[in-house]
Design a protein. Structure first.
Length: 260
């Protein structure tokens, strides 16, 4: 039996997919993410070493490029999602979107689902490139096992969460620049300052509840075990998902209750 979506759901999803899929910039970003993953991993695979005892990075310095690529994918996911959702207000397109999809719950769900899907594609492009880089230049150093698979899986799940966060911020702030500024400001300025403050007052363990810490814990599986700022991988994923769910719930409520 073939599962078919209700016509209104299919129509809303198709509209959101076309908004992303018809832009050349989004296809270019996918290609760039794949290239970044391959080049960064190839360089560190050539220069790095495999896993060693007492090494902070559990998968070895040979895989540093994988993490760099995932960082790029997460940033691209959050920013592109914020642009997609907040840009409609900038170009006065949200009112037209709401005209054809009057159900605010359906409108929100379509936007979040498509943003999450595109974010997953960005991370997948990076990881495919990274895997090719490792196979080509680091297959004699890297350990292709469960831990590396967890790193790749954590990167994919983290990208989905950051796509939802970016889309939610775009809907909440109804603008692109403020949404991107909040994302960058939090990760570059606010959260590192909170790490310093929490360590200064003697409660660094609270930092594990922050989204940046949770992201590192989710992706860097088994690495930095002595750090008080990073949660275990499974806990990090739960915390990051809760941040995404909280931001999504706030955006859903705002979209339902405020005039477009």
């Amino acid at each position: 039996m073939i599962l078919t979506l209700p016509p209104d759901v299919s129509r809303a999803a198709t509209a959101e997919i076309r908004k992303i899929g018809t832009l050349r910039a989004n296809w270019t970003l996918l290609a760039l993410c794949g290239a970044v993953g391959f080049v960064a991993t190839a360089v560190t695979a050539i220069m790095g070493s495999g896993p060693q005892e007492k090494q902070e990075l559990a998968t070895g310095t040979v895989t540093i490029g994988v993490y760099l690529g995932v960082i790029v994918a997460l940033g691209a996911a959050a920013v592109s999602a914020a642009i997609a959702s907040g840009g409609e207000y900038r170009h006065c397109g949200m009112s037209l979107t709401a005209l054809f999809t009057p159900d605010r719950d359906l409108l929100f769900g379509a936007k979040i689902a498509v943003a999450a899907g595109y974010s997953l594609l960005l991370a997948l492009a990076v990881e495919v490139g990274a895997a090719l880089g490792l196979l080509a230049f680091g297959r004699d150093k890297a350990e292709f096992g469960a831990r590396l698979a967890e790193v790749f899986g954590g990167g994919l799940l983290a990208a989905i969460c950051w796509g939802v966060l970016g889309a939610a911020l775009g809907l909440l702030l109804r603008a692109v620049v403020p949404a991107v500024a909040v994302l960058a400001g939090w990760l570059i300025i606010v959260e590192p300052l909170l790490w310093v403050v929490l360590k200064g007052v003697g409660i660094p363990g609270l930092a594990v509840l922050l989204p940046g810490s949770a992201t590192i814990g989710t992706v860097a599986v088994g690495s930095f075990p002595e750090s008080p700022f990073l949660p275990p991988s499974a806990a990090g994923l739960v915390i990051l998902a809760l941040w995404a769910a909280g931001a999504g719930a706030a955006a859903w409520w705002y979209l339902r209750t405020r005039e477009i």
